[in-house]
Ligand binder design. Structure first.
Ligand code: FMN
Length: 156
């Protein structure tokens, strides 16, 4: 399968997770590309003021995975702008990976997954599987491994 991993990553944490996922999916025989979602201003919290300088298209991929961090207990403005401005996503099943600093998913990660899921549903897509990696959790490496395994198993 031709898979696109579309990621917003300001400081590199989410990117490091999806690089491991890329490697795993390649070992399973998939063709995988990571494409960055990049806002014009990483420090702008108001999504209405954010423009994307890189906004990957989904059309060339059989499957896409979306990944990004939690900012202020919410999806980042860049992820929201990407979803709202994306091509037709109807019928797409989009696995999701979220990273956050706080140690437990109930501290904003779950809310972020719910918000992204709602936004994707408005575009006709669904989220069949999601993983949250809590950077400040002592079991971070295990959470990363679980996320990579969960998403790659789903795409087998
Ligand atoms: C502006 C901003 C807001 C953030 N808000 C939260 C938050 O509400 N909850 C949380 O757990 N982490 C928060 N973080 C931390 C990031 O979610 C965390 O470090 C994440 O892994 C960063 O991913 P990245 O390196 O891919 O950008 C915030 C970081 C930034 C820069």
């Amino acid at each position: 399968m031709n898979i696109g991993i579309l990621v917003h990553s300001k400081t590199g944490n989410t990117l490091s997770v999806v690089k491991l996922l890329e490697e795993r999916l390649r070992k399973s025989g998939h063709s995988v590309i990571i494409e960055r979602i990049v806002p014009d201003n990483e420090d702008q919290p108001d999504k209405s003021k954010v423009r994307l300088v890189s906004s990957p298209s989904v059309s060339k991929f059989d499957s896409i995975i979306l990944a990004g961090p939690v900012h202020g207990f919410s999806p980042t403005p860049a992820i929201v702008r990407w979803i709202e401005g994306s091509d037709d996503l109807s019928g797409r099943k989009i696995p999701l990976i979220i990273t956050q600093q706080l140690p437990f998913p109930f501290l904003g990660g779950n809310r972020t997954v719910r918000k992204i899921t709602d936004l994707l549903q408005k575009k006709g897509a669904s989220v069949p599987v999601s993983s949250i990696v809590n950077w400040g959790n002592g079991k971070r490496q295990m959470l990363i491994d679980d996320a990579v395994t969960k998403i790659s198993e789903y795409l087998k």
